[in-house]
Design a protein around this ligand. Sequence first.
Ligand SMILES: Nc1ncnc2c1ncn2[C@@H]1O[C@H](COP(=O)(O)OP(=O)(O)OP(=O)(O)O)[C@@H](O)[C@H]1O
Ligand SMILES: [Mg+2]
Length: 334
Amino acid sequence: MRRLFSGFAKPDLAIDFGTANTRVVTAGGGVAFDEPTLCCFTKGAQNGHPVATGAAAQVMRERTTGKLQIVRPLNRGVLADISAARHFLAHAVQSSVGQRRLRSFRAIIGVPADATKAERGALLTAARDAGLGAVDLLPEPLVAARGAGLPVDKSQGSMIVECGAGTTEAAILSLGGICAFASRRGGGDALDAAIADHLHFQHKFLIGATTAERIKRELVGLRSEETLQQAEIIIKGRSLVTRLPQVISLPVQDLLPVVARHTDGITKLVVDLLGRLSPELSRDIHDHGIVLTGGSAAIDLVKSALVRATGLHVAVAPDAPHCVARGLQQVLSA
Ligand SMILES: Nc1ncnc2c1ncn2[C@@H]1O[C@H](COP(=O)(O)OP(=O)(O)OP(=O)(O)O)[C@@H](O)[C@H]1O
Ligand SMILES: [Mg+2]
């Protein structure tokens, strides 16, 4: 494998710092940390130590008292709160390496391939403030493609669509690098928000982010056309009409247009990228198809929409949510 990191000899650990989930991989030990990217702070004290971090903060989400505030360090794949990011990274790495001094660790961190200089700079600052030693950044689609087992070092085009919570990145890879790339700052989270908005505006019914994600998973888990036509989804939340807690039952059909708008966005991204390829790369992608990675690759309707729009073979990578972490592991052991 071509050497991917530039700043130092050999990294000790690697971080898939995702909008929804963070995974830390150590050189000898595999995935040592895999938790939601969340911090809970006392309100007005965001610079102080968090009350809870990761999985412990997840269970508090939308159930906190007025004194507490849940913060997501990342939004749409890039840093949104530098102080939360610093605390979160320190927690994630310290949980992975024990009580050893962080300053001695050299780390690589995955970032969206189109992260701006300012976004990269903010992440490097947060990592340094978290106490890490030297840090280098690697483009996530390239790492995910390695993790999915694509032959990225060969003189052959491979195509990946990394479907995360905050970003969707489509890339063509060959000779160890990215030949062409397209992305949207939006992923599974945006679909959750669209489901919550639909219930709010069309049904005057309020649900939280956790419920919206649960509905999405239930909805996209219904695979056969027959179930999609007939199934109903039970939703618990608060009615804006009665202002009381309530349970409603909605036909899946009612929510399918919301999912279709999400899949249309990804299809457009992929079709635009394919339209920019050289004839040789087009030939490679025609022969080898498209591989989907990331947690949102589980949305079967994305795969079927891509097959319909492109006529290409589309496959979901095995253990798709962990492809970036697996790719980082390969970089560490190269
Ligand atoms: N079975 C499933 N069905 C539908 N969506 C799923 C499923 N499992 C996970 N997801 C979605 O995948 C997303 C999380 O994926 P992932 O962990 O790859 O994101 P991330 O790395 O945190 O985000 P990003 O890379 O965009 O910053 C969430 O939006 C989650 O709801
Ligand atoms: Mg990710």
